[in-house]
Design a protein around this ligand. Sequence first.
Ligand SMILES: Nc1ncnc2c1ncn2[C@@H]1O[C@H](COP(=O)(O)OP(=O)(O)OP(=O)(O)O)[C@@H](O)[C@H]1O
Ligand SMILES: [Mg+2]
Length: 304
Amino acid sequence: MAFLEIDRAYKSYGPAWDRTDVLADINLQVERGEFIAIVGFSGAGKTTLVSLLSGLAFPDKGSVTLEGKTVTGPGPERGLVFQNYSLLPWLTVFENIALAVDQVFPKWSADGRQTHTEKYIEMVNLTPARDKLPRELSGGMRQRVAVARTLAMEPQVLLLDEPLSALDALTRANLQDEITSIRRQDDKTIVLITNDPDEAILLADRVIPLTRGPRATLGPSIPVNIPRPRSRAAINHDPVFKATRNEVIEYLLKSSDRQKTALTKKLVLPDILPEDLDQPRILVGKRRPRRRSEQKIEKVEVVQ
Ligand SMILES: Nc1ncnc2c1ncn2[C@@H]1O[C@H](COP(=O)(O)OP(=O)(O)OP(=O)(O)O)[C@@H](O)[C@H]1O
Ligand SMILES: [Mg+2]
């Protein structure tokens, strides 16, 4: 059994008469210390998938396990960084992180907790902004606080739900480098959710495409055979990078084409026309359904 595993999981939302099947037959195995990336279209069900891993949502069918134990709710061993900065606006950078540290390590001394908090502020290069409120920070800085807060809880698994998608390209590149260096120092198990194949390939050991929803499912695991450290500049010219990117993108496009065809089939109308309620109903018993294919169209030209 793998360290972190999803086994034949299904997830739908909504009441029985209007249900959306978001995820279908999701199978995932992540080994300890692995860095995997899941790439998918917007709205495919990526956040839903990461919610199953974090224990914020549960599959309708199937299971999610960490070290063989079923996930029954959120836990400190699985740290989640949300898509949108989720800081408490009335607390400073230090206080936002300290709050999490105090909760997870209540038995440590106050000094120990403070040093620990400061270590993670330093790790994401935010020491100069230690006493600032979230509204005084840029988007990239806020997201770094969110990453530091999650790391400071020392989770075994880091779940990153598009942590960089709201950032501009330069800040994004900066934070990608930070994630890589955190990985090198800490050797954590990381699941990165992203809509950017390049980001996935630059950072992860393998990339798994998530098909377009509804009933989104995971595609094949595509290994990234590019040695580390990977350089953003050099990687663009690397034939292995290009081939991997093609494989990921082609799979995503192919799977979304398949889904479009299925949808067209569904929309074929029956060979029948609606009843004309203006007609007298005397022939009701004998009347048979009017067929669209039998409809005779007469063209009448009117000369004025
Ligand atoms: N709590 C919910 N109740 C009902 N429907 C939901 C709920 N959460 C998500 N959905 C629906 O499930 C589908 C997948 O949503 P999800 O947020 O998982 O997608 P996503 O891939 O993370 O999208 P994005 O890239 O925009 O973040 C969407 O159609 C969404 O409307
Ligand atoms: Mg999402």
